[in-house]
Every structure is written in C-alpha cells, then in structure tokens.
Design a protein around this ligand. Sequence first.
Ligand SMILES: [Zn+2]
Length: 88
Amino acid sequence: MERVYKFCQSCGMPLSKDEAGGGTNADGSKSIKYCSHCFEKGQFTLPEITVQGMKDRVKEKMAELGYSPIVAWFFTLNIPKLERWKKM
Ligand SMILES: [Zn+2]
C-alpha cells in the first residue's frame, strides 16, 4: 500500500493547502508526496537546492504570508526529516 503524505516531502507545506492539489509526475498524474511548488512533471523545480536553501526559502515565503519568524523557524526544523533530504 502506498503511504499517504500530509506534508510535502520537500518543503513541508501541508498538501491540503496546495492550491494546485499537489505536484505532477512525469506521466501527468498527481504526486502524493510533493507539492506543486517543489515538483513538476516528475522533476524538482529546484533540483540544486540544499536543505539549508530550502529552509531559507520557506522562511522567506512564510514571512511573506505574515507568519512570525519564530513560527517560521519552528516549522523549518522539520524540513531535514522529510523524505527528499533523508539520504543526504
Ligand atoms: Zn513542497
């Protein structure tokens, strides 16, 4: 059975909050693992990004959305535990 993910396994955003309903696989089907910001047509939109880069990006994005730096910092603590970063 396939695992159901609640959060994007690249940036940690709740997949339920993804306005596009998730990223897309190479065959055009929906990705159950990654959001539309991270994953498109079977590829990462930012293939070179590091886990630190992703943290910074998410913090920036959350600041734009009006979250306090503390909340953003707390949220990004979980990013290294996501599947995309586990092997590194
Ligand atoms: Zn994502």
